[in-house]
Design a protein around this ligand. Structure first.
Ligand code: ZN
Length: 333
């Protein structure tokens, strides 16, 4: 019989090196799994690359590991990583062919791995973080809902009529692309992006695809196009800003189980009565986000806001049509 019991580490805030992050089993300190898989580290030479954690401490990709029992490691993590590695070898096509649920689990594991690292640190009574995630009830509620859907990685699970996240797959033109790998995640807004060679995956993790619907027109415009890195940066700014405005937390409910069931069925509800789904769009806040992501091109907020009411765009022209950019030309900004 399949084990259909969900684990809830948030109930007793069970975040320590002694409990498997995925199933809660008691383990030894040596039982761990990397947040960023070994194949990823090897392929993009990440082992000694530095990573800045939430508490501003620095680690490396190879040192960032989370507690994980042998069973979860062998039965759930390794097969997932093998599937993604295999798909990534075939580039955009391979990743597009994947079940979105698998991509969600893969990104979700990296996101949650960084979060768990922070929560374990905060559970140390000697650590007094400036901004404690574990003391923010709203955030914890959100993480708890997220962990329910992430458990599809371990427990056979059907999402009734939704995917918990929004996924965007972009292809980068090689002409001025110098970055083989890039990774970004925002703990509070749950926006995430990872670049694997010419493919960039952008994801907002707990929005039931609402952001993808909201940005549908823009996404259709760039689909099938090879984008200049500056265009990718703008696309990311738009998604990350939408995640910042996203104002609701989906809730997930298990359907009552019968003894013969072999999987958990999850339904979802979004309360859009008491809350607006998105907070109002603000030009200056968006410009700020865009400036942040356009840092490599040193484009300032002033340039972004040159035309009244119409922020600088590398993706669309004034008629709303797609702009083709082969090479970045500073004089055109
Ligand atoms: Zn486990």
């Amino acid at each position: 019989m399949a084990d259909l019991k969900l684990y809830d580490p948030f109930e007793n805030m069970q975040f320590s090196d002694k409990h498997c992050f995925l199933c809660g089993t008691t383990i030894t300190k040596e039982q761990r799994t990397p947040v960023f898989a070994e194949w990823l580290q090897q392929k993009y030479n990440l082992q000694d690359k530095e990573l800045l954690l939430l508490d501003k401490s620095v680690t490396t990709f190879s040192r960032l590991t989370i507690p994980c029992c042998d069973n979860c490691h062998v039965q759930h993590i390794i097969p997932l990583e093998a599937e993604i590695e295999h798909a990534a070898e075939k580039g955009l096509e391979g990743l597009q062919a994947l079940d979105e649920k698998r991509l969600f689990q893969w990104i979700g594991k990296m996101y949650y791995g960084t979060l768990v690292t922070e929560l374990i640190k905060e559970s140390d009574p000697l650590v007094m973080p400036e901004y404690a995630v574990s003391e923010n009830p709203k955030m914890l509620g959100k993480f708890r809902e997220f962990f329910k859907v992430l458990q599809s990685l371990r427990v056979p699970m059907v999402f009734s009529d939704f995917i918990p996240c929004s996924l965007f797959l972009l292809e980068v033109s090689p002409t001025e692309d110098e970055l083989p790998f890039e990774y970004q995640d925002e703990l509070t807004t749950m926006a995430f992006s990872v670049k694997l060679g010419p493919v960039v995956i952008v994801c907002t993790l707990l929005d039931n695809s609402i952001i993808r619907k909201a940005l549908g027109k823009l996404y259709r415009l760039v689909e099938g196009k090879k984008l200049h890195p500056v265009q990718v940066a703008e696309f990311k700014a738009r998604v990350f800003y939408a995640a910042y405005l996203f104002n609701v937390v989906p809730e997930y409910f298990e359907r009552p189980q019968k003894p013969e069931d072999t999987q958990v069925v999850l339904d979802t509800i979004i309360d859009d009565v008491t809350n607006e789904i998105f907070n109002p769009w603000e030009l200056s806040a968006y410009a700020h986000m865009l400036e942040e992501l356009l840092k490599p091109w040193a484009i300032r907020e002033k340039q972004i806001l040159q035309k009244p009411g119409l922020p600088l765009s590398f993706l669309v022209d004034e008629t709303g049509a797609f702009k083709t950019i082969e090479r970045f030309d500073r004089s055109e900004v």
